[in-house]
Design a protein around this ligand. Sequence first.
Ligand code: GLU
Length: 420
Amino acid sequence: MIITEPVHTSPLTSARQQLAKCIDILGIDPGVHERLAYPDRVVQVNSPVRMDNGSTKMFSGYRVQHNNALGPYKGGLRFHPSVDIDEVTALAMLMSWKCSLVGLPYGGAKGGITVDPRQISVSELERLTRRFTADMILIFDPQKDIPAPDVNTSPREMAWIMDTWSVNKGYAAPGVVTGKPIAIGGSLGRFEATGRGVITMTDELLRFKGRQMVGTTMAIQGFGNVGSTAAMLGHQQGAKIVAVSDVFGGIYNPAGIDIPAAMLYSKANGSLAGFPDAETISNEDLLLLKVDVLVPAALEAVITDQNADRIKADFVVEGANGPITPAADAILEKKGIIVVPDILANAGGVVVSYFEWVQGMSQLFWSEEEVNDRLRRIMTRSFSQVANLVTTRDLSFRMAAYSIGVGRIAEALKVRGLYP
Ligand code: GLU
């Protein structure tokens, strides 16, 4: 038997390939292509942290600001061992396209710390987050660059960042991060926003294809904020969630998993492993299930040219950023599998981040219904703009979404001109 090692496709190479393809379609000026292929600013800090045992350890952290033609830089911070400049740059590019596509007055950024938060204590994590924030004090700013949660970060970390930045500046600055706890100016609905958007986009796609949510079978990889919320809302709306997984592996029940019970189980046990009434399934095999909708909602590059030809779902909705490599995208397209791209599918998070920022600046807070309603309107409007291009220009959903997102930034760069 030949064992093929998965080929590691660099996330930045993938992001640049997708950009080049879109530039070709739009016939954009090579100078604009050049500007969009590189980030505006790359910042690395090495933050010293006093560990619980008295020793000192350095942690590398990054912030990449890709482009701010449309407004302040915006994007999450992830805490993960695979975080490096290449990955963060690729994710910052995606944030630029995403904010532009859904019509937010933001540019794109991303950041992170190379750390496995499970391997350090909560107090070490707090000291690390606070020192990282202090080291980035000139970078983060409510008018310049606004971080938010991403992989392994949550309202707790955002509160530490808001507090550290505010203490150092001498005034309370809730606008410096989004995804904060409600008690310090977070928005109702922000926590669920990304998963909610994923399900809204799934619903729109099913309708576009003359199908419906009720009875649709779904497999969801990842049970963090995005995956678990998508599973819960999909379940509530009548979809049959047959498989879900977390970092430790997955669970599968062709008759449908009781998602509320799985949420409680995962909370109580720290993982889905051992959940009753389901078989065990690996993260790799979950992707290959014959389901109507597959939602990769964990990390990037999980569907590659090594497994794309074995994907059996009718539709893939990208909850994660960059889960499908360009080579895999081409294979899925040939197989007739429709992919709702990350920059549309998971844009709900940054949309409600924007609402949080606006509510904070105006000191006027909205009800959860109002937040959810405005979110739904932005998401469905964006879907129909993309679907319209899919139909009229015969583009994939990814290239249609890119054309809108990249096209608006290109236009902004053109009218702003090049200084000096
Ligand atoms: N990390 C999320 C994303 O990738 C949210 C970013 C934000 O809210 O700024 O879209």
